[in-house]
Design a protein around this ligand. Sequence first.
Ligand SMILES: O=c1nc[nH]c2c1ncn2[C@H]1C[C@H](O)[C@@H](COP(=O)(O)OP(=O)(O)OP(=O)(O)O)O1
Ligand SMILES: [Mg+2]
Length: 214
Amino acid sequence: MKQGDTVVVATKNAGKVKEFAHAFGKLGMHVVSMFDYPKLPDVVEDGTTFSHNARKKAKEVAVALGLPVLADDSGLEVGLLGGEPGVYSARYAGPGATDALNNAKLLSELSILTANEGSALGQLEDGTKLLSPARFVCALALFIPSTGEFVESEGYVEGQIADQPHGGGGFGYDPLFWLPSHGRAMAELTVEEKQKISHRGAALAKLLQKLEEV
Ligand SMILES: O=c1nc[nH]c2c1ncn2[C@H]1C[C@H](O)[C@@H](COP(=O)(O)OP(=O)(O)OP(=O)(O)O)O1
Ligand SMILES: [Mg+2]
């Protein structure tokens, strides 16, 4: 990947597209996504790991297009829920899940577990309770059809689940993902700030490092 290149990202998530466009834009590259290839069939995400699903999304689209393709499979692992929703993060609330329904499901599951415990992790000045440690995970896979090879990386960011949303930025679980070290929720960060600390930003930095070494 070099300046002037177009990077194909196998995603239909507008939030991811925005973050990748920002990151690659700074490097002089242009991002296209599955919104630009509406006729390609959806990839079935039936892997048991983030990495498995990222490889599957990248390879199926790369083979269909005959181009190198990058894919992102990511999600939220919540301590008190034994790592759930994990690879099921996008479908946590069931068929027809939306970010809003997934966030509501997360809070209802956690409220059952934390109802009698006061607030284990503490409370913010506005009364928000912090319910559980959590982390975001991002697996990236680039499939190169001409060589049949994958380049892969993973990134993580640790935080805590808040019982009330904060901020209007980001996507997915960002409004509930509290960053104690920043005193803000992920959805209160700009794209640039999120990039610097997020699971996706970390995974992308590692992937670019690996590509330079090739
Ligand atoms: O930075 C993030 N901030 C908040 N939430 C996030 C983030 N990163 C992943 N998530 C959540 C959203 C979704 O519930 C799941 C990803 O599921 P995942 O299958 O990888 O993505 P997706 O289905 O939305 O789009 P696509 O598969 O087309 O790339 O984890
Ligand atoms: Mg998906």
